[in-house]
Ligand binder design. Structure first.
Ligand code: PEP
Length: 282
């Protein structure tokens, strides 16, 4: 009898093992490849500095690094030369795109221009673009659609302000930004989309959202995607966290089941810090 109970316990432990695994890392369970990305914004100030930074970051990716996608979103003028120094270790993406195809749009860069130099990824919806450059959800949606039609991929950034967070509106803001940003994007096209949840109050402020807060908003975003598409889409889409990610905070963030990666601003300008983030440990 003792033996029977012992083997029953062993069996039930084995039966429960996958669900223990599930709660530890649904990123792994659902085959979502971790994605670490840097956003250089209006930095650095010279091509020389950009090449040094890009080269040092690429050198930090070794065979011992986690099996993750790595991308750097860099100023347009540095894209091609940075691609040259990073080789195939990481992708070099654009910080934005003009949704127009061609014509009288002085200063703009189109998706076909980016595509023609081998760019695969671009950001859309970063809060600095929404707030400082007044880009609307409709404009951001047209950027997403244009990039997808071009065969490229888009990292759609979403996130609430501090006032909205304090009023418990994070989920509602993300729902609106996801629904408007992805309008017209089909379930099949979602493979060309990654979501970056970036609470505005955590960007560049040193205030990183606790892993629990970030994970719970990510889980909410996943359920919004499930409502918009289905469970399969929600389980497959990668959701990155952004907002003051550092070498000190990355491991715990990446251990959360619904956090599949990080979008990193400030720390991506320091090759040692970003190297540690790329080489996160879970
Ligand atoms: C960002 O710009 O997307 C960002 C997350 O910046 P930081 O890491 O500096 O907060």
């Amino acid at each position: 009898m003792k033996l029977a109970i012992a083997s029953l316990l062993a069996c039930s432990a084995a039966a429960f093992a996958p669900s223990i695994q599930t709660s530890r890392s649904s990123t792994e369970l659902y085959g979502r490849k971790p994605f670490i990305s840097g956003n250089w914004k209006l930095n650095p100030q010279t091509k020389e500095e950009a090449l040094k930074l890009g080269g040092d970051i690429a050198a930090s990716i070794t065979e011992d690094s986690p099996d993750a996608d790595v991308a750097l979103f860099v100023p347009y003028v540095f894209i091609e030369s940075t691609m040259g120094v990073v080789g195939d270790k990481l992708s070099v993406g654009a910080e934005g795109v003009c949704p127009e195809g061609n014509g009288a749009f002085t200063g703009a860069i189109s998706s076909s221009m980016l595509d023609s130099i081998g760019v695969k990824w671009a950001l859309a919806g970063h809060s600095e673009r929404r707030v400082i450059f007044k880009e609307t959800d409709e404009y951001i949606n047209s950027q997403c659609v244009k990039l997808i039609e071009q065969g490229m991929s888009v990292m759609l950034c979403i996130g609430e302000s501090l006032a909205e967070f304090e009023q418990d509106l994070a989920g509602s803001v993300c729902a609106v930004q996801l629904k408007k940003g992805l309008k017209g994007v089909t379930k099949e096209q979602l493979s060309q989309v990654a979501i970056a949840y970036e609470p505005i109050w955590a960007i560049g402020t040193g205030k990183v959202a606790t892993p629990e807060i970030a994970n719970s908003v990510h889980a909410t975003c996943r359920s919004i995607i499930a409502d918009m598409y289905d469970d399969e889409a929600a389980d497959s889409v990668r959701i990155l966290y952004g907002g003051s990610v550092t070498p000190e905070s990355v491991d715990e963030l990446m251990s959360q089941p619904d956090i599949d990666g990080a979008l990193v601003g400030g720390a991506s300008l320091d090759s040692e810090k970003f190297a540690r983030i790329i080489n996160f440990q879970v």
